[in-house]
Design a protein around this ligand. Structure first.
Ligand code: ADP
Ligand code: FBP
Ligand code: MG
Length: 358
């Protein structure tokens, strides 16, 4: 059997572990397998840039971060526009699949990449996918690989800021990735003992943030750590229409939301704040042990789907168990943090402020 394999979208720590899981399971369960690795995501499939993989290519990569195949991203809205060389992208991908006489395409990607995977599946290609992202925002799965390693990095950043914040009696904002969702901030904020956690799903009130800082001061706690998601939004901005918000943001000179909040706190109450942004460090380095295990197991399940010719699905975790979900139920959706999520209740019970007005 001939398998095409690619990684798409932002990289993360256990992509290699997942590919190894797929490959080892296939090599171990059939004598007849050829894996074509497309280089730099869907781009490699469009331009027929691939490498015929050897079994040994998948050895020694369990602990390696990044992706041995490379990755790329272009917004899905441009999928039907020709690429720089004038090539029709979708037709190019289908042609490569047919030219190589592939039996299946294995795609490791996030929510954006699943739109393309679902489109290719609709066009008649056999597709099996694996959920990767540090954001944990893929619909249909309780967890994606990459997420747990990123939690560890973000938590370590909060830990490290804690010692300097305490020594200097300072207020710090640690801005955490997660795109439009607050999963990574919520988990690392709790693990790192943040005092305030701001996520996009719960617009924050600046006065409430200030009140929490003052309340802590009265308790003799001279420092405050705010874990803020990169997609967090103030309640004032949340009231605006999409168009109004776009116009307002044009007037902002801040490089990111943490600097906006820092400015608001300074202007409102003269509150001095320091900002720390770990950025892409959050998806770099070696995967954590639990992430390696998850990625490997998702890889084994994906290989199982391929061997059973159970195409058109993403491997997922549902109620703590491995399962599968049709690609059309995943594509085009974002899994947000539900405000009724028990993590939110538990964080607030603990005395963490989520920035909502009391
Ligand atoms: N060369 C390319 N040309 C067009 N689209 C591409 C190319 N490479 C990747 N893509 C697209 O880039 C997008 C990646 O999605 P994105 O939302 O950025 O990341 P993720 O999948 O990690 O959420 C997908 O829609 C994918 O199909
Ligand atoms: O790598 P880029 O293009 O700077 O994008 C940053 C974005 O990618 C992520 O790190 C991961 O997102 P994906 O898994 O969807 O690729 C987000 O948290 C962040 O918003
Ligand atoms: Mg994404």
């Amino acid at each position: 059997m001939k398998i095409g394999m690619l990684t798409s979208g932002g990289d993360c720590q256990s992509l290699n572990a997942a590919m190894r899981g797929v490959a080892k399971t296939l090599y171990n369960n059939t004598n007849d397998v050829e894996i074509y690795g497309f280089l730099d995501g869907y781009k490699g499939m469009i331009t027929k840039n691939y490498k015929l993989m050897k079994e040994e290519d998948f050895s020694g990569i369990l602990t390696e971060g990044g992706t041995i195949l490379g990755t790329s991203r272009t917004p899905f809205k441009y999928i039907n526009e020709p690429d720089k060389e004038g090539r029709d992208k979708v037709a190019g991908m289908i042609k490569t699949y047919k030219d190589l006489k592939l039996d299946c395409l294995v795609m490791l990607g996030g929510n954006g990449s699943h739109k393309t995977a679902a489109l290719l599946s609709q066009k008649g290609l056999n597709v099996v996918t694996l959920p990767k992202t540090i954001d944990n925002d893929i619909e249909g799965t309780e967890m994606s690989f990459g997420f747990q390693s990123a939690i560890d990095v973000a938590t370590r950043t909060i830990d490290e800021i804690h010692t300097t914040a305490a020594s200097h009696s300072r207020v710090f904002i640690v801005e955490i990735m997660g795109h439009k969702t607050g999963w990574l901030t919520l988990h690392s904020g709790i693990a790192g003992g943040a005092d305030i956690i701001l996520i996009p799903e719960i617009p924050y009130n600046v006065d409430e943030v200030l009140n929490t800082i003052r309340k802590r001061e009265k308790q003799g706690k001279k420092f405050t750590i705010i874990a803020m998601a990169e997609g967090a939004i103030s309640d004032e901005d949340a009231k605006l229409s999409k168009k109004e918000l776009k116009e307002k943001r044009k007037t902002y000179t801040f490089p990111s939301v943490a600097y906006q909040l820092s400015d608001e706190l300074q202007k409102k109450a003269g509150q001095e704040v320091r900002v720390t942004i770990p950025g892409h460090v959050q998806r770099g380095g070696i995967p954590s042990a639990s992430d390696r295990t998850l990625a490997t197991r998702i890889g084994v399940e994906a290989a199982g789907l391929i061997l059973r010719k159970d195409y058109g699905n993403m491997v997922c975790i549902k109620e703590g168990k491995f399962s599968k979900i049709p690609l059309e139920e995943v594509a085009g959706k974002t899994k947000m943090v539900n405000v009724d999520n028990e993590l939110i209740r538990q964080a607030e019970s603990l005395g963490i402020s989520l920035g909502r007005k009391a």
